[in-house]
Design a protein around this ligand. Structure first.
Ligand SMILES: [Fe+2]
Length: 186
């Protein structure tokens, strides 16, 4: 039987009942992104960037994330563990440390299709897609991604402010618009 979104949600729900939820979720995503047919089949064709919520509960959020070519999301924290499983394209993660008055860069990690990244609950990262193709991923969070107070920082001054999810969504809209324009202009 073909993989479905319900299967993905069920596997992640089983994983968070285990002793070390992020590692159990990592194992689930490792298996899912290793199959180049089943996961894209379950998630459907990708025509534009955006975030689709597959599951949303107080203890678990599962998102289908599509990064538009050329887009970058400014530094932010989640305040909960997260596991990212790439199945198409590549996302580039940059990491940061809090310092008085802002942030300081602290390494990075390129995440090509087939890779899975576990982020601890105190991680601060920014994400970019520098490739000329959509970067597609499953993002699993150990809590309610859409609730709770969190911070984000500007790229240029590292000034801290309250996380603005609506603002992030607008970034996707703008990136989609720009990418569509680029495509039609050849
Ligand atoms: Fe993030």
């Amino acid at each position: 039987m073909a993989l479905t979104v319900d299967d993905i949600v069920g596997r992640c729900q089983a994983a968070i009942a285990e002793h070390t939820p992020p590692l159990a979720v990592r194992d689930v995503l490792d298996e899912l992104v290793a199959d180049p047919i089943a996961l894209p089949g379950a998630l459907g064709p990708v025509e534009q960037g955006g975030i689709t919520t597959l599951h949303h509960a107080p203890d678990l959020t599962i998102l289908h994330v599509v990064w538009v070519p050329g887009m970058a999301l400014n530094p932010h924290e989640h305040r909960m563990w997260a596991v990212i499983g790439m199945y198409g394209g590549q996302e580039d993660n940059a990491f940061y440390r809090r310092v008085p008055g802002g942030l300081e860069p602290s390494g990075g990690r390129e995440l090509p299709a087939g890779d899975v990244l576990v982020l601890g609950d105190d991680v601060i990262h920014s994400v970019s897609n520098t490739r000329r193709q959509f970067a597609t991923a499953l993002h699993v969070y150990g809590g309610d991604f859409f609730a709770g107070e969190r911070s984000e920082w500007t790229f240029d001054t590292f000034e801290e402010r309250s996380r603005d999810i609506a603002g992030s969504m607008r970034l996707f809209d703008e990136a989609n618009e720009r990418w569509r324009r680029e495509q039609t202009q050849g």
